[in-house]
Structures are given as structure tokens and as C-alpha cells.
Design a protein around this ligand. Sequence first.
Ligand code: ATR
Length: 281
Amino acid sequence: MTLHQENSQIDHYAVMGNPIAHSKSPLIHAAFAQQTGQVLQYEAILVGKNELTQAVQTFQMSGGKGLNITIPFKQAACALADQCSEHAERVGAVNTLLFNEQGVYGENTDGVGLVRDLVQNQDCQIEGQRVLILGAGGAVRGVLEPLLAETPAQCVIANRTASKAKSLATLFSTFGNIAASSYDALQGESFDLIINGTSTSLQGKLPALPDSLFGECCYDMMYASSPTLFMQWATKQGSASVLDGLGMLVEQAAESFYLWRGLKPETAQVIQNVRNLIVNC
Ligand code: ATR
């Protein structure tokens, strides 16, 4: 068998985004493949701002089996899928594409990733708890349904633009006890869990939270080599547990891997390996 033939028999996957050089997905999926004995190739592909459709088609035509989709293409990827899960339809964004006989199937595994990291890895139960989620953009929209499925006593969405929080609360009201708030109205409030789903950590900023707000457990959906400003805020106000989103990243990848390969990889060691890599960068 020639090298070319061998290569053409390997199942191909990739993550598409812009920028993409920072992506840890190739590393994570290589670890999953090794661990589960799967022979596959996974690469990171930089896609021009208006070139997603072309890039996905080219990848599919060349025999690609599936894709992860990241910023800024999650909504566009949902639109180009032939069929999406009900959850992804509601979110209006996908992070996973699967190519099969029926065409292109889209799913959003971000929320499952968040819930698994909280409940299974961090032992942070959501059931019966008061949960505050900061932000009302795409990232929050993607995780609300799986969060509400854990039946928190209440889920409050607070956002700088309070009207957006209100719209999201209305949209997801059939899935559980959900309310909207401004940041100012959080004065003196206490929650079992506060999740930062804003993009502030990416900008090196912090939402304008009242000093008197308290969260027993605080979780930033972002991660960095050192604690984000939100994590520093949480530590300062005495949270018992301060967590970043690295576990969510690995768990959402594990769910994508499961969709593609039908196998659930172990995530604990992979999270630790990526953590070591980030810290030593
Ligand atoms: P993403 O896909 O990451 O969610 P997005 O849809 O642009 O990105 O949403 C960004 C979120 O971060 C929004 O909730 C935004 O608040 P607004 O709706 O008021 O814009 C929030 N955000 C961004 N910068 C912020 C800041 N400096 N302070 C507070 N919230 C901020």
C-alpha cells in the first residue's frame, strides 16, 4: 500500500475558525484518538471571514468526516447544515458538524460540556441551586437548555444590556425557572453558582458587578494561563470554589468525538495535560 493510499483511508476531521492558531482542539482530539485506539487525522484550518461554505464543501468533498466550528462561524455553520438537532436549532449555532448519507448534520455540544465539567468533574451540583449566569450572547444561549435540564431552583441571566437578558429568559422560559436581571439589581444577592458567560475575560475586563454580590462557586467559561479577572474577583469576595472553562473545552470536544466515533473518551487526564501545556506556555 502506498503512503497516499494509507492516508486516504484515515478519517479526517478538523476545526475551522478565525483566528485558529491558538486552538487546543487538535491536541485534545489526538489524545482522544490515541486513548480509544481510533486512527484519524484532526487539523486546525484557518478560514477567511466569508469563506466558510466553500471551506466546508471542500473538506467534505475531500472525504472529511466531521468538523468542529468555532468563532466566528458557529451561526453560519448552523445555517449551512442540512439538518440540526432541536437544541442546536434553538441556539441557532453549532460547534460540531457530522457528514453522513443524509448530508451535513449540526449539533451544539457546548452546554453538555459545561454541565459535565461542573457536575462530573467539579462535583458542583446544579439541581436545586440558585444559579446566576452573566452575559446574554451566543455563548450563554448555547448553554441555557442543558443547564436548565439540571433543574436549578432558579436561573437568573444578568447582562450589561438588560433587554437581551430579558429576551433570552423569555425564549428559554419553557425549560425551567428562569429570570432576567440588570447588574445593578444584583446588589446584595447571593447565589450557589455564578457562571461568567460574557466575553469580558477575552478582553481582560470584568463585568460591572456590585461588590455585595456573592457566589459560593464561580465558574468562568473562558480559560487562560493565569486566573481571569472574573476569577480574581471571585477569589477576593470569598468564593469557596473558583473554576475556569478548560474542563468545558475538553468535555464539549469529548461529546463531538462521541458523535463522530460513537465512543466516549476519558477526559480527566486530557484536561490535566492541556492545563500543563497552557501553564508552561
Ligand atoms: P459570545 O458569542 O462570546 O457570547 P457575543 O454574542 O458578542 O459573544 O456576546 C458577548 C457578551 O459579553 C454579551 O452578553 C455582552 O454584553 P452586551 O449584550 O451588553 O453587549 C458581554 N460583554 C462584552 N463586553 C462586556 C463588558 N465590557 N462588560 C460587560 N459585558 C460585556
